[in-house]
Ligand binder design. Structure first.
Ligand code: F0G
Length: 481
């Protein structure tokens, strides 16, 4: 929620009290230099004891509510027929209107099951933008991903409200090129993660469904960040201005054939699920559930998490919860913009994204500017961000790097975890780095896994720039922070 101060400023304000806290520490600059070297300049490989603010992701790291924790205590740990599952299905029915629910241990498990059930070799899956794991599962099933985003999607400095929209003309063209029977499904990702947490409009979803239905193509909705997308619809789409988050969610779901989500984001737990009203689709997926995840009433999740997810789903429909991440992200983005740091605009869901191509124009894409930026941000601040650029793309069949559309350092803002002063600190250090950007150089791989290489790959600075950057930091701030 935002609140107006008497001096005219509008600030995000916490509509909750913090009763349990976890301490963190800021390792001094020399320790940070050693830590990022030990981690192969890959922020995934840092230990949290070396991290001050963990902005790697909002996945599984959001603050849980008292009611979620309380619900965990009444979990029904039955292998089959658990009452916890039925409390989850009641929540799914109330919020989304779906009758059939397939729990899975997290979002990518849902993607695996969907790819297994619906993608055949040679099939195409159309989408507003891919997510790393969704693409990997489709490709492992022998399918191909075709992204049909609008021309606005990749403009990082913009005021276009719905950069996550799917381009309907490209959708028609894809149907003509591949034939509807080769299109396994069209996938709409709410607040498209890899292009900066950018939402799509309800009107766009309606039109996508209209065209998909005409050609009998199922519409799959990735709702990992659904409450954020609903909040942006409420704020940016005129026709839905006065509507509640609950109403918008119901409106969205009427166009959806298969819904799935990582429960780790909007629902603030560790889990995932698929839901649908189509019995045939349900029957196609269900047999695979015990093979890969677990029985139909727990699907690889702990029953405690299932209970917390049922509560988390209901809570994400509250205005104060749906807005809690987005309003702080907007504040963060505004701080950076005021200091001249190129962040993705408009501010999106899940994270503040810094555009590494505009931040580090002297680093060529094959030297991974977003990876270099993420490593440099850690070095100067102790803040862990995530590379979302070419390192996050795997090589093609010939072994060539596939250049990413965007080079972003993503600073996730887990909901209800960090405070405004911590965001001010982050903006200050990133602005300092921007003023010293010439000191940052590129990276090269020294160890490179064959799939989703960004998780475990190790890199090195191209010309030993990290020591020079650390020295410049020490000159300005000393060695203790
Ligand atoms: N879909 C989207 C849009 C996601 O953002 C994620 C995960 C997944 C699917 C996969 O879900 O992690 O529960 O298996 N995003 C995390 C992130 C990992 O950091 O953005 P998962």
């Amino acid at each position: 929620m935002k609140i107006q101060l008497s001096d005219g400023r509008s600030i995000p304000i916490e509509m909750h009290k913090v009763r349990i806290v976890q301490s963190t520490q800021l390792p001094p600059i020399r320790r940070r230099l050693a830590a990022i070297q030990e981690a192969g300049f890959n922020t995934f490989l840092l230990r949290t004891r070396d991290v001050f603010l963990d902005m790697l992701t909002d996945s599984g790291t959001n603050a849980m509510s008292d009611n979620q924790l309380a619900a965990m205590m009444r979990a029904d740990d039955a292998y089959a027929g658990s009452e916890s599952f039925y409390r989850l299905t009641d929540a799914v029915k109330d919020i989304f209107g779906f009758d059939y629910v397939i729990p899975a241990h997290q979002g990518r498990a849902a993607e695996h099951l969907l790819a297994k059930a619906f993608v055949k070799p040679g099939d195409v899956v159309l989408m507003n933008y891919h997510f790393t794991t969704s693409k990997a599962h489709i490709e492992l099933a022998g399918g191909k991903v075709l992204e049909i985003f609008t021309d606005d999607a990749l403009i990082t400095k913009s005021d276009i409200p719905f950069k996550g929209n799917l381009d309907l003309e490209k959708f028609e063209a894809a149907i003509n090129t591949y034939g509807a029977e080769k299109i396994a499904y069209v996938r709409m990702e709410a607040t498209t993660n890899l292009i900066g947490g950018q939402p799509f409009s309800l009107e766009n979803l309606r039109q996508v469904k209209e065209l998909a239905a005409k050609h009998k193509i199922p519409l799959v909705f990735d709702g990992s960040l659904i409450s954020e997308n609903a909040y942006f619809i409420q704020n940016r789409e005129k026709a839905f201005g006065g509507r509640s988050i609950k109403e918008i969610l119901k409106e969205l779901m009427q166009y959806v054939d298969i819904f799935y989500m990582s429960g780790r984001k909007s629902a603030a737990v560790r889990g995932g699920m698929i839901a649908t009203n189509n019995k045939d689709f349900y029957n196609q997926i269900l047999p695979w559930l015990p093979v890969y995840e677990g029985f139909a009433t727990y699907g690889g999740m702990s029953t405690k998490e299932i209970e917390a997810m049922a509560v988390g789903l209901r809570e994400m429909t509250e205005q104060e919860v749906a807005s809690s991440g987005a309003d702080f992200i907007e504040y963060f983005v505004n701080q950076l913009e005021e200091k001249g740091v190129p962040a993705v605009t408009p501010a999106g869901g899940l994270a503040c994204h810094v555009d590494a191509r505009r931040f580090l124009p002297h680093i060529a894409q094959p030297q991974y500017p977003a990876g270099a930026l993420a490593a440099a941000i850690y070095l100067v601040s102790g803040i862990r961000s995530m590379e979302r650029g070419t390192i996050s793309m795997d090589r093609d069949a010939q072994g060539n790097d596939v250049m990413s559309d965007l080079e972003l350092a993503r600073l996730a803002v887990p909901r209800r975890v960090y405070t405004m002063s911590q965001l001010d600190y982050a903006a200050d250090r990133i602005a300092w780095l921007h003023n010293h950007r010439d000191l940052v150089g590129g990276l090269r791989f020294v160890e490179e896994p064959p799939v989703l290489r960004f998780f475990f790959g190790r890199l090195q600075p191209v010309d030993g720039w990290a020591e020079n950057l650390a020295q410049a930091f020490i000159n300005d701030f000393g060695e203790s922070c």
